[in-house]
Design a protein around this ligand. Structure first.
Ligand SMILES: NC(=O)c1ccc[n+]([C@@H]2O[C@H](COP(=O)([O-])OP(=O)(O)OC[C@H]3O[C@@H](n4cnc5c(N)ncnc54)[C@H](OP(=O)(O)O)[C@@H]3O)[C@@H](O)[C@H]2O)c1
Length: 251
């Protein structure tokens, strides 16, 4: 995929991996639009990279997704890459009944339903273009779950499956479907879970993920597995079981 001269929407692009991707894509000569719920973070991102355009948007809301889609294609009809990056991660202990599950944001909605719905909205626009792409950010945890964040892992497994089907459905169009599979990355996403299991390893940097994503897109790698995620994605069931025990065996 040619990775210069594109117009790219990165959901959740104000922080972490999304912001690192924005920086790398801008450097390569692309136009970048970001969205998220917190205006202060979007403004901080724009202060850092004045070329960035942003919209405040809660992707859990159907009305906001529709508004985001309409605003983007009317202001940026040349938009040709959608990066479904926004996500949250929550610790949920099912031994406590519905307590954790019912309090707080809905991971299924934000991590899975929202990218599926947003993708469906953008496909009629993207399909008209000669070269376009949908880039979904899943996770190594979609391949082997970390049981402290069970719903998160399930949403990422779902994103993997969805990306695979979508790639096949769109194979005769100009829309390529990529899945980026990061390992643990040093962002604010899983800070709580990391602290709870007293994990000192903070993961690779968001910039490393962004650079690997760029390289994978240029090489047309449909599944861009990064660092330790390569082993988890490619492992046999026996290896996955071993990794599962290593990750979860102590609780
Ligand atoms: N960090 C890791 O170890 C890791 C590993 C594998 C995969 N990933 C995936 O990478 C992606 C980016 O995560 P990150 O690590 O960079 O964490 P992050 O810094 O917390 O980024 C998540 C972004 O998503 C946005 N977001 C969350 N809910 C939203 C909603 N309802 N509507 C619009 N935007 C929303 C957040 O902005 P607002 O709060 O302002 O809305 C935030 O900018 C996620 O999909 C995550 O699952 C992360």
């Amino acid at each position: 995929m040619k990775m210069t001269g594109n117009t790219i929407l990165i959901t959740g692009g104000a922080t972490g991996i999304g912001l690192a991707m924005a920086e790398v894509f801008l450097r390569e000569g692309n136009q970048v639009i970001i969205c998220g719920r917190q205006k202060e973070n979007l403004l901080l991102a724009q202060n850092k990279f004045p070329q960035i355009q942003y919209q405040v948007c809660d992707l859990a809301s159907a009305a906001d997704r529709q508004r985001m889609y309409e605003w983007t294609v009317s202001n940026y009809p040349e938009l040709n890459i959608l990066v479904n990056n926004a996500g949250i991660q929550r610790q949920i202990d099912f031994t406590k009944g519905t307590l954790d599950l019912m309090n707080g944001d809905d991971e299924i909605q934000i991590n899975f339903s929202a990218p599926v719905q947003l993708t469906a909205l953008f496909i009629p626009h993207l399909i008209k273009l000669k070269e376009a792409a949908i880039v979904n950010i899943s996770s190594a945890l979609g391949f082997v779950p970390l049981t402290i964040v069970p719903v998160y892992c399930a949403t990422k497994a779902a994103i993997h499956s969805f990306s695979w089907s979508l790639r096949h459905q769109l194979r005769k169009t100009g829309v390529k479907v990529f899945e980026v599979i990061p390992p643990t990355v040093d962002t604010d996403l899983d800070r709580g879970a990391r602290e709870r299991r007293k994990q000192e390893y903070r993961g690779i940097s968001a910039t490393e993920v962004a650079e690997a994503t760029l390289a994978g897109l240029v090489k047309n790698e449909p599944e861009i597995a990064i660092g330790q995620a390569q082993g988890l994605r490619g492992g046999t069931r026996a290896e996955s079981e071993q990794m599962f025990q290593r990750m979860n065996g102590h609780w």
